[in-house]
Design a protein around this ligand. Structure first.
Ligand code: NAP
Length: 252
């Protein structure tokens, strides 16, 4: 426990209203962090924060729309005013409005996916780093996807946004590790959440699952340990990396 002690630290989680982000919020709070749960939906984030506080742990909820970049600074200013510091950022929120043949994708879907999945995390990271540096540094985890290294069928744009996020992770690591901000990425495989529901409902889903070495989808909780490691001081020499948690899919 002491090796993964986040007591006194403040973690901002973008996209914490459900799924993997909710699980990460519980994990970090269980290890002592104050977690700021954010997404587009205040009520859903309040519910997550309430559940965490009901366990005697520390959490707050706020609206943060990753795609509305002009609103990010005000959220960070509130965190500074209310909690005094920011140590960790988890860029977990993402969208995938279009599933289908690449040549039929419309421009609005392309723009929205990049706005939320890539441009939002870029500017939220940019604006968070100065706050982390006020206390000597911190750590960022970008939740990308194995689609960012091996594109999936009918989701080319989504995969492109995640490939950009992987590259962005390495770029920020090169610039900020020396100053004390480590930047890494989690690349989940097929995880049982709302985002994956379109894949899960696909008649091919069982075939996809049986093709995995582990023969099942991940549960959101199974992503938490990797994120905690990457944020913790145990990972003090770990930066610019992509940690794949995919039940063995990418070894095939
Ligand atoms: N599930 C998988 O199989 C899988 C695989 C690889 C990678 N991932 C990645 O894992 C991360 C979490 O996804 P999930 O599977 O847990 O999906 P999920 O349960 O659908 O959760 C998605 C989260 O993103 C938030 N979000 C969506 N649009 C947002 C926006 N514009 N601004 C801020 N937050 C926004 C949602 O919050 P609101 O709707 O409340 O705003 C929600 O909290 C994503 O980055 C996803 O790409 C998932």
């Amino acid at each position: 426990m002491a090796r993964f002690d986040f007591s006194g630290k403040v973690a901002l989680i973008a996209g914490a209203s459900r799924g993997i982000g909710e699980a990460i919020a519980h994990g970090l709070a269980e290890h002592g962090a104050t977690v700021i749960c954010t997404s587009r939906k205040l009520e859903a984030c309040e519910k997550v924060a309430d559940d965490i506080r009901a366990k005697g742990l520390k959490a707050a909820a706020k609206v943060l729309h990753l795609g509305e970049i002009e609103t990010h600074q005000a959220v960070l200013d509130e965190i500074k005013a209310e909690h005094g510091r920011l140590d960790y950022l988890v860029n977990n929120g993402a969208t995938n409005p279009y599933m289908g043949p690449a040549h039929l994708a419309e421009e609005w879907a392309f723009d929205k996916t990049f706005q939320v999945n890539t441009k939002g995390p870029y500017f939220l990271t940019s604006k968070s780093i100065p706050l982390m540096l006020e206390n000597g540094g911190g750590a960022v985890v970008n939740v990308a996807s194995i689609d960012g290294i091996n594109p999936g069928m009918f989701r080319v744009i989504y995969g492109m946004t995640k490939a950009a996020l992987v590259n962005m992770t390495k770029g920020f690591a090169i610039e900020y590790s020396q100053q004390g901000v480590r930047v890494n990425a989690l690349l989940p495989g097929f995880t049982d959440t709302k985002l994956a529901s379109a894949l899960k409902e696909n008649p091919m889903a069982q075939q996809l699952i049986q093709a995995l070495p582990i023969k099942r989808m991940a549960q959101p909780d199974e992503m938490v340990g990797a994120v905690m490691y990457m944020l913790s001081d145990e990972a003090s020499y770990y930066t610019g990396q992509t940690m794949v948690v995919d039940g063995g899919k990418t070894i095939l």
